[in-house]
Design a protein around this ligand. Structure first.
Ligand code: CP
Length: 357
């Protein structure tokens, strides 16, 4: 049995296969109407969501399956202090697959250790959002006709924007990819992605602060929201919130076939006047997300049926009882969760949140 916690859980071949399946679902939806009959998806959302939760639910319903779950922590027994692991063990008796969003980094991973059914990470704190990456990959493939030889600009909150972290991990495995990282000093990419992915694999990138200067060379412009809910200091959010706004004037300097992506929700970082530009792909991206989540549910349920056994936790060179000091890591709150670290190029990192221990 497999879960999807990080986009690296899937090989490039598996990602390509998911894209093929998603395209087939979009072209021939009737073929899939009963594909998940008598199966149930549990959506356990401890944080707000529109696209991810509803597209997961739409995906399962369009596959002929059922859906149950909750959309806020306050309406679950987490409000009474129940652990993520106990929640996942319990829900394993009511559903066949779980999609979980949680504010603590590493929570879906901990859920996968407790659950006896596949768990999908639907976003964990500022850490990862692999199913948004599935939507992004299909969008790039459809808009550009390829996933290789692209200059990708990532603009905005690269520190807390979990979609950016997962997208970099995914795109770094395709050839000819170059990143332009456009962010204010305070919101630069965290080291576990910059050093642990880009430097480690020799992927070319530049870090800049001007969107206007960068835009003419981009094939993809991936805009992100400044993540207000992740800031410890509200004054810092107020100072940084309008760092970048893509306007109809600014996009005039872009290539004619550049695609603008955004995981959404948008606050004000893309003017609504850009929406009518054919390069604005962000609402097409939301539909792509549903088709990729359908393909993902099919894949994980098929694999669980073939091989229901859980894999034991195995991480190369793991070190026990190295405390993680990241206040946003699930290891800070989960009852009796053992602290475990893994070796990386720049030291030992927590297996739950990837921060240096
Ligand atoms: N892209 C994304 O995660 O959107 P939601 O927060 O609405 O799910």
């Amino acid at each position: 049995m497999r879960s999807l916690i990080s986009i690296l859980d899937f090989s490039v071949e598996e990602l390509d296969q998911l894209i093929c399946t998603a395209k087939d679902i979009a072209a021939h939806p009737e073929k899939y109407w009963d594909a998940c009959a008598h199966k149930t998806l549990a959506t356990l959302f401890f944080e707000p969501s529109t696209r991810t939760r509803l597209s997961f639910e739409a995906a399962m319903l369009e596959l002929g399956g059922n859906v149950l779950g909750f959309s806020e922590a306050g309406s679950s027994s987490a409000a009474k202090g129940e652990s993520v692991s106990d929640t996942a063990k319990t829900v394993s008796n009511y559903a066949n697959i779980i999609a979980m969003r949680h504010p603590k980094e590493g929570a879906p991973f901990v859920a996968s250790l407790g659950a006896t059914i596949p768990v999908i990470n639907a976003g964990d704190g500022s850490h990862q959002h692999p199913t948004q990456t599935l939507a992004d990959l299909l969008t790039i493939h459809k808009e550009m006709g390829r996933l290789h030889d692209l200059t990708i600009g990532l603009c905005g909150d690269l520190k807390y924007g979990r979609t950016v972290h997962s997208l970099i991990e995914a795109m770094s495995r395709y050839s000819g990819i170059r990143f332009v990282l456009i962010a204010p000093e305070e919101l630069k990419l965290p080291d576990y992605v910059r050093v642990g992915v880009l430097d480690k694999h020799g992927i070319p990138y530049v870090e800049v602060t001007s969107l206007e200067d960068a835009i003419p060379e981009l094939d993809i412009l991936y805009m992100t929201r400044i993540q207000r809910e992740r800031f410890d200091d509200p004054a810092e959010y107020e100072r940084l919130k309008d760092s970048y706004v893509l306007t109809a004037e600014k996009i005039e300097a872009a290539k004619e076939n550049m695609a603008v992506l955004h995981p959404l929700p948008r606050v004000n970082e893309i003017s609504v006047k850009v929406d009518d530009d054919p390069r604005a792909a962000y609402f097409r991206q939301t539909m792509n997300g549903k088709h990729m989540r359908m393909a993902l549910i099919l894949k994980l349920l098929a694999e669980a049926e073939k091989n229901p056994a859980k894999k034991p936790l195995e991480v190369d060179g793991m070190v026990y009882d190295k405390a993680c000091h990241n206040a946003k890591c699930i290891s800070q709150t989960e009852q009796e969760l053992r602290h475990i670290a893994k070796p990386s190029d720049d030291g030992l990192r927590c297996i739950y949140c990837d921060q240096l221990v």
